[in-house]
Design a protein around this ligand. Sequence first.
Ligand SMILES: [Ca+2]
Ligand SMILES: [Ca+2]
Ligand SMILES: [Ca+2]
Length: 524
Amino acid sequence: MNPFVFVIALALAPNVAGDLDSDRDGLSDFHELYKHLTDPKKADSDGDGTPDGDWLERREFAYTVRAVVQVLKPVTLEHLTDDHQDARLLDESDTHAELEVILYPFGTAHEQIADDDGWRKPARELKPWLDPGPTSDWTPELRKRITADLAQDGIDLAKLSDREAALQVSKWLMGLAQFHDGFTSFLTAFDEHGKPFVPDELRGSVEANMGRGVALEELWQREVSAAGMYEHRTRGSCTSSAIYLSGCLRAAGIPTRTLLCIPLVDANDERERKLVQLGLSHPRVRSIAAAAAAAGIGAWTSHTFNEVWVGGRWRRLNYTRLGQPILDRETLGLMIHIATFRDWADARMPLTVGMRQKLNRYDDLFGGPNPYSTIALRDQVGVHCVNLPAEKGRASLQVDELRWTDDKHLPGDIVESCAQKGRFGLIAVFGNPGGSEELIAFLGSADPTVTLEAEGRAAIATRLDVGCWWLKDDRAYVYLPIGPSEHEALAPGVKYKARANNANAGFTLKLELDVTRPQRRPKG
Ligand SMILES: [Ca+2]
Ligand SMILES: [Ca+2]
Ligand SMILES: [Ca+2]
């Protein structure tokens, strides 16, 4: 396609946040600066004729993770390209959606939170996010009370910027409410007047679970009504807490909405957990996603929290954490945003996820408690990537020894583990590698490729397996696989020099050691 025509087409399409796109390449200045890392003043940052806004091109300056996920609706596509991810619909049925999601785990949008002192006169477009709804049910009377109660505790809304107000009011609200979970937030529907009810099919299950002398009406007050939760000083699950914050923050004048995120994979599916290992090359991202998946086995996992309009953008607010990042060991590992609601009642959860959950209707596409599946997963270091984190790691690490995996000078458990798993090759031994975070950061940043050379012989290419290492007694041991064909290519009795290629600027793997092929190669 003629690139000029393409630029025009992109420029006509409004970008999602509705903010400035100086070079009219389809990406906002904000997203170019903090998400895509392309040049906000150049429509074609790398000068290759394709504008930055192109679906593939926009990943070239960043580290990204691509996931194809199938999820049970509701899915709100119009909200899913945000400060942290891009999303498009690949396919859908009445009940399901298949999404292609590009995540930006090292984006810094969550750190760029500006203050706005003029927030008390909100733009008209924000009205839907300020008005009460069936669950975010604040009233003028509640607004007066909350303002007075805040003042009594020394929080004067009139003196705060919107950022300060969001931080202080959320903290104050969470401090007021006791946790009490009756778990009705996915089972309660709302009629056209906003009145709660439990659909007939779910009534038995809700009543069976109550049994604590609390009437359903009261449970609703404590869990799915923001005003009721303020009144009773209670909140339930994450969803109930998001309802509470949504209604009470709106009462304080802060535009608020509710979003639903899922983890990168369904932890209950072994194949998907394997995708994390196979698809993510970056050690830190992989280890965080894998830890979240390991912790989620057997559970139903998703997270409902809020976004607040602060400093002219929607910012994620997770309970009291303003600027919730998408890569977070504590929250889902690496998260995918699948829906945003004006009011939780709009989600109509009892008809989909709630019904599936309560009636154990797991005999479907997903085959377990989680109503989602990741069917493809792979990360990518963009060809011009500028945001692989240098982290607190070393700029260089020295390999002191190279030993074959069956060398008895290695710690016995490493030899045994390699034998058990059929791993054969070399173990690079690092002295003084620092802690595991430092080691992971270095291995994730340095070029892992190593060349074995000997005069008059063909060079042999290998690479460190940066996902397979041991840290013990102030030494690190990293596996360097030698496959059957590489083993075959090594001439017996010839001394090869192993050298790191060090193609990644800023990180040096110091390696210059001799290697001689062992006589025998274990079977396997
Ligand atoms: Ca732009
Ligand atoms: Ca640009
Ligand atoms: Ca380009």
